[in-house]
Design a binder for this molecule. Structure first.
Ligand code: PEP
Length: 275
């Protein structure tokens, strides 16, 4: 018997934010889909699109290896919450992922830790994978509080979703000062925070070692390789560069190379048992 511990498969996820139009969406998605069909990739790829484009995205990506999802979800299952979109509705459009607690929503919409936790829980109940964003502001980093801030944000959300199934949730470390600024965290700084998040996850049970932790914040083709080869960086959450087909494809390729290079070391065989 061979026991192969499931490695953390890298995930490259686009966050379109409030960008897109029916015509340009089609060009972008078709270009990425075409790339994925010409090369078999050892990574997961998805796009989180504005909710009105979920139907179009589903139509264009069904039958491909790409997944899709949304950028926010209601903290409620249903009811009198005008303007909100429930997790069940996102699931009806074939969504697999939903971003939760993005720093833009925490900052501009006052999302509290409780709201983020409730949203993540609603996503899981509907069968979606919440991609929970954590990250420190520049002020917090300069004050030496980065690690503590993200550990607290992670613990807050785990208190809502539990830790029984590590694949039910993805964490995205997105330093607020790196989002959309062109100023990415260095690979060393990102790895240090990812290691701290990994340690925090492990405190919630060994199984949580399988939870993926993405890095996000000004990832571009020229820095993707360095970031994606870090031991505890399991993929990327990409804003601006996910809107440019050639950039997104280049980052997917970097993730694939990083995944291929680490495949052998991620397989663990039962002690003393030969295949
Ligand atoms: C994001 O919005 O999640 C993000 C990472 O943006 P950017 O890649 O543009 O910094």
């Amino acid at each position: 018997m061979i026991e192969v511990l499931k490695m953390r498969r890298k995930l490259v996820l686009g966050n379109w934010k409030m960008h897109g139009a029916i015509g340009t969406n089609a060009q972008l998605l078709q270009a990425i889909r075409q790339h994925l069909t010409t090369s078999s990739l050892p990574v997961d790829v998805g796009v989180c699109v504005p909710a009105p484009y979920l139907s179009q995205t589903r139509d264009l990506l069904t039958g491909s290896d790409m997944k899709w999802g949304a950028q926010d979800v209601s903290a409620h299952a249903k009811g009198a919450f005008t303007g909100e979109i429930s997790a069940a509705m996102l699931a009806e459009f074939g969504s697999q992922y939903v971003i939760v607690g993005h720093s833009e929503r925490r900052a501009y919409h006052g999302e509290t830790a409780d709201a983020v936790g409730a949203k993540a829980r609603q996503a899981i109940v509907a069968g979606l994978v919440p991609v929970v964003c954590v990250g420190e502001t520049l002020h917090e980093r300069d004050a030496g509080m980065a690690e503590q801030v993200v550990r607290n944000q992670l613990s807050d959300v785990l208190a809502f979703v539990g830790s029984e199934n590590p694949a039910q949730i993805v964490i995205a470390y997105e330093p607020v000062w790196a989002i959309g600024t062109g100023r990415s965290a260095s690979a060393a700084d990102a790895q240090a925070i990812h290691a701290a998040l990994r340690a925090c996850l492990s405190e919630h049970g060994e199984a949580m070692n399988q939870t993926r932790i993405l890095y996000g914040g000004s990832i571009k083709p020229n820095n993707a390789h360095e970031l994606l080869t870090c031991a505890d960086i399991d993929g990327a959450l990409i804003g601006g560069a996910s809107l440019v087909a050639s950039d997104f494809i280049s980052i997917i390729d970097s993730a694939s190379r990083a995944a291929s290079a680490s495949t052998v070391s991620d397989e663990v065989f039962d002690a003393g048992v030969k295949p």
